[in-house]
Write a protein that binds this ligand. Structure first.
Ligand code: HEM
Length: 217
């Protein structure tokens, strides 16, 4: 008997390989095994600050959209938390030190091109980042606490006060299951999720190289 899958399960299933590629980058190997130094970790937060600047600005635009707006929740906002972590790690002039890598520039460009004007495209990027932060992000936070002895300062990015990750992910999946998109729009959404994963993988690959070069220098 064929078991019908909800859209959320379908998304997860059809992007499993993309997730695997994002998860198994050298950068995370180093992070999870305690071989990343503080500067290497701060380098990730710097690039993510630029990504979330674009994504959360788009969220402001999409907030009132009847479908995309359902996904926009204040508790998800990461930008102030990344800023606090960077100030803790890099000091008060943290913002002036941020330089986008080529992969981050491509990520920013894609968000600029679609996330303000195409609701399903915005949701694709929203899903890829925030569900990732609520899932693998929690594993990363544990590793970072272990490696650097952080309590809350330094890993604010991974904490979601007022939000139960497990329950929220369930809620998020039920939102995906009920989006009123036709088949063609669902395909486009899936393609955009794959693209979002690739943009993240490229960003992490590039960061892995920079971190390795700095260590060799
Ligand atoms: C060390 C790296 C990573 C680990 C250990 C990890 C681990 C996980 C785990 C265990 C889940 C399943 C959680 C659940 O079903 O409740 C998950 C889901 C997810 N992860 Fe990752 N992940 C990593 C990296 C990433 C990256 C880089 C991204 C993209 C930016 C990402 C995006 C996602 C998304 C979107 C989901 C939700 C899938 C769904 O249920 O629809 N992950 N991750």
């Amino acid at each position: 008997m064929e078991v019908l899958m909800g859209f959320a399960a379908e998304v997860r299933e059809l992007t499993r390989a993309d997730h695997r590629a994002a998860q198994h980058v050298t950068y995370f190997d180093a992070l999870l095994s305690g071989r990343l130094d503080r500067a290497g970790y701060a380098a990730l937060l710097e690039q993510l600050h630029l990504v979330y600047q674009a994504l959360e600005e788009a969220a402001g635009t999409m907030r009132d959209h009847p479908v995309a707006g359902r996904f926009v929740v204040d508790e998800l906002q990461r930008l102030p938390r990344i800023a606090a972590d960077l100030e803790f790690l890099n000091g008060p002039d943290w913002a002036s030190r941020i330089v986008p890598t080529p992969a981050t520039r491509r990520y920013q460009e894609r968000l600029g091109d679609i996330a303000f004007s195409w609701p399903a495209g915005f949701v694709a990027h929203h899903y890829t980042r925030y569900l990732g932060d609520l899932s693998g992000g929690q594993v990363m936070a544990r590793a970072l606490r272990r490696t650097f002895g952080f309590d809350s300062a330094g890993v604010e990015f991974f904490t979601f006060p007022g939000l139960d990750p497990r329950a929220f992910k369930e809620h998020y999946r039920s939102l995906l299951d009920t989006v009123p998109w036709d088949e063609a729009e669902r395909r486009r959404f899936l393609d955009e999720v794959s693209r979002a994963y690739r943009l993240n993988t490229d960003l992490l690959d590039e960061l892995g190289q920079v971190v390795a070069q700095e260590r060799a220098a």
